[in-house]
Write a protein that binds this ligand. Structure first.
Ligand SMILES: *Cc1c(COP(=O)(O)O)cnc(C)c1O
Length: 337
């Protein structure tokens, strides 16, 4: 029986066609800049976002860190959401490895830090304070698309205040597909954008940081320092290129499936389904504590893997089809009716 794993969109396995692309990728030593496939992936991403340059990194954690470390110096500060990935889920890397102080602020809604709060958090130029240097947003955040008019407001503020503007776009393509906006219109106000190839796009590993030539040159040095400079990484870049060329539009299927899952779970009285469910590929559902064990058991019987606990984030992806969604809905319905 095929495993139905709803814990994350990172669990996908490379398809046979993606593996072919990996096996046939022309290779070289990327530290010498001689891997044709890595070079192709980097120019492909730069062109996609209409920016000057890009750099391939082993993970999204590292490409975000490369962005932060290339914009900020020791003793600088970046403003970021309290629940943002770069702040909360990356081991404090900016502080630990970059000597960059985070200034986290509460999101008012997914992805939205009120502009007044950002303004109030910008430190005066005074030796008492860390130097505020950058604002970091995330799109999608908690499965929700960040509106472009909000992003533009923050971009204007950054310009006025002389701050850099970074986007953690781990799931940017989900936002692109869900809103129907162009990639460029969603990213042109940012100085740097980190894209994950290993989330909904289905590559086994890899992320890309996109920005100006000067910024990416700095990032290339930091990638070496951080141990992220790989050699014949064209095998991974080949998977990434394949993902970008074949797996973007189909994210709409993941969104449709997440929405039908959310709609079905909303009909079950015992469950609380967050209003942000099914906007892109995520469903957030709260299960009564006393039912958690029973739900897990029924799921296991059908080879369905759910996150642990009572507050579940269910994520649709390449390896979840309509039939799988139906099975998942059946397990929930059986457990709660
Ligand atoms: C997954 C993710 C990243 C990067 O994670 P890696 O596992 O290091 O590739 C960054 N930001 C967000 C929002 C993510 O979901």
């Amino acid at each position: 029986m095929k495993k139905i794993d709803l814990r994350s969109d990172t669990v996908t396995l490379p398809s046979p066609d993606m593996k072919d692309a990996m096996m046939s990728a022309p290779l070289g030593d990327d530290v010498y800049g001689e891997d044709p496939t890595v070079n192709q992936l980097e120019s492909y991403c730069a062109a996609l976002l209409n920016k000057e340059a890009a750099i391939f990194a082993p993970s999204g954690t590292q490409s975000n860190l490369l962005g932060l470390m290339s914009h900020c110096e020791r003793g600088d500060e970046y403003i970021v959401g309290q629940d943002a990935h770069t702040y909360k889920y990356e081991g404090g890397g900016a502080a630990v490895l970059g000597s960059i102080q985070p200034q986290p602020l509460e999101y008012q809604a997914p992805g939205i830090i009120p502009i007044e709060k950002i303004k109030a958090a910008i430190k005066p130029k005074d030796n008492h304070f860390a130097r505020t240097r950058l604002v970091c947003l995330e799109n999608t955040q908690a499965g929700v698309c960040v509106p472009s008019d909000y992003t533009s407001q923050i971009a204007d503020l950054c310009k006025t205040e002389g701050l850099a503007f970074h986007l953690d776009g781990a799931r940017l393509f989900n936002a692109v597909v869900a809103t129907g906006e162009s990639i460029e219109s969603m990213t042109h106000t940012f100085d740097s954008v980190s894209l994950c190839l290993s989330k909904g796009l289905g590559a086994p590993a890899g992320s890309v940081l996109v920005g100006s030539k000067t910024l990416i040159e700095k990032a290339r040095r930091w990638r070496k320092v951080l141990g992220g400079a790989m050699r014949q990484s064209g095998m991974l870049a080949g998977a990434g290129l394949y993902a970008l060329q074949n797996n973007i539009e189909r994210l709409a299927d993941d969104h449709r499936r997440a929405k039908s899952l959310a709609d079905a779970l909303r009909k079950i009285g015992a469950l609380t389904v967050s209003e942000h469910s099914g906007v892109t590929n995520m469903v957030f559902v709260n299960v009564p504590t006393e039912k958690v064990a029973q739900l897990q058991l029924s799921a296991q019987e059908k080879n369905i893997v759910l996150p642990e606990g009572e507050s579940l984030r269910l994520v649709t992806h390449l390896d979840i089809d309509d039939n799988a969604i139906e099975k998942v809905i059946n397990v929930f319905t059986k457990t709660f009716n």
